[in-house]
Ligand binder design. Structure first.
Ligand code: AFP
Length: 314
């Protein structure tokens, strides 16, 4: 990959890197706008009000002031990008149509501040984004033209893919995102497991799968934040995250459009896999914005093994 004169490829910033990827200027612009928005979100996370907003979201969950503020930051930036026609977020009741740009080239589904309930105990949180060509958001995730997340941890990192591998950028002291990892690749099998949901509500199949992971020597690594938990599995290059069906919630907890699709896209691009136990997450046809699905995501062989346990073949 050529880089700017006088710079090594690991000093290159996000915009310069994207310009080398042979994609449209509009997609470069959109990804950079989301990266810019994340700088305001991290500022809100670091200094904003930790209280509740007094409202609830599409799922009936109490919204925190930070959820609402992060959503406004993201939405405003997307509207003003000039290239987006439809926007949906975990914090919105319905699809937001950008009337000033009805012919926009892209639609965006995002979770502005995933794991927001962890900010008060100072754990890592993140923003998750899926990008679709055109104005239809209710498509299988495989139709996405790009996905990314921004992780607000001890450092701020941005991990993206446009279907040409996975790249990690890290925010430097000038608040620029510069390339820190290219072509992130996962190993076929790993020794980390991150299981969400109350264990006493696991089905027998999931219980047996967990015992299998423990017997093979996997270490428990679960923070309760989807972005840091996925980032760990992806950047260590091994392991599995799961949030299974529970006895009282057959579709688990995590949201297809706002959480699972973007992460499944990134993990597949890194050579991993993501399934709901039956089919790849990216092949699920969404029937609504609020759709949830069970998920097993990470190293390919570990995800396949989960499928064997769930379908009675192990
Ligand atoms: P919050 O945004 O309510 O903190 O939920 C975070 C989340 O959607 C996802 O980031 C985690 O992986 C998952 O929920 C954690 O759920 P449990 O608390 O049930 O483990």
């Amino acid at each position: 990959m050529p880089s700017e004169p006088g710079k090594t490829k690991f000093q290159i910033d996000l915009r310069a890197h994207l310009r080398e990827q042979n994609i449209s200027d509009n997609l470069v612009h959109l990804i950079c706008e989301i990266a810019e928005a994340s700088k305001y979100v991290i500022n809100a996370v670091r200094t904003g009000d930790l209280g509740v907003a007094g409202t609830s979201n599409l799922y009936g969950e109490e919204q925190l002031a930070l959820d609402v503020l992060s959503d406004r930051i993201m939405r405003k930036r997307l509207i003003h990008s000039g290239v987006v026609c439809n926007i949906a977020s975990e914090e919105m009741e319905e699809i937001y149509q950008v009337t000033s740009n009805p012919q926009g080239m892209f639609s965006v589904a995002y979770d502005p501040l995933d794991g927001s309930s962890l900010v008060d105990v100072n754990l890592a949180v993140g923003t998750i984004v899926g990008i679709y060509q055109g104005c239809d958001l209710l498509q299988p995730g495989r139709k996405m033209v790009g996905a990314m997340y921004i992780l607000y941890g001890p450092r701020v990192s941005l991990v993206y893919s446009i279907g040409k591998g996975v790249y990690e950028f890290t925010m430097n002291q000038l608040m620029e995102f510069t390339l820190t990892k290219e072509d992130v690749q996962m190993k076929p099998s790993g020794d980390i497991y991150a299981p969400g949901g109350l264990r006493k509500k696991y089905t027998e199949e999931n219980e047996r799968f967990i015992r299998h992971l423990e017997d093979k020597g996997s270490k428990l690594r679960y923070s309760g934040g989807f972005v840091p938990d996925i980032n760990q599995v992806m950047m260590k290059g091994k392991g599995i995250f799961m949030y299974p069906a529970l006895t009282d919630s057959p579709n688990g907890k995590l949201r297809l459009l706002f959480e699972l699709n973007p992460m499944a896209y990134l993990i597949e691009q890194a050579g991993g896999a993501a399934t709901n136990g039956k089919i790849p997450i990216l092949d699920i046809v969404p029937d609504g914005l609020d759709q949830r699905a069970p998920v097993y995501i990470g190293s390919r062989e570990d995800v396949e093994k989960a499928g064997e346990f769930l379908n009675g073949h192990a």
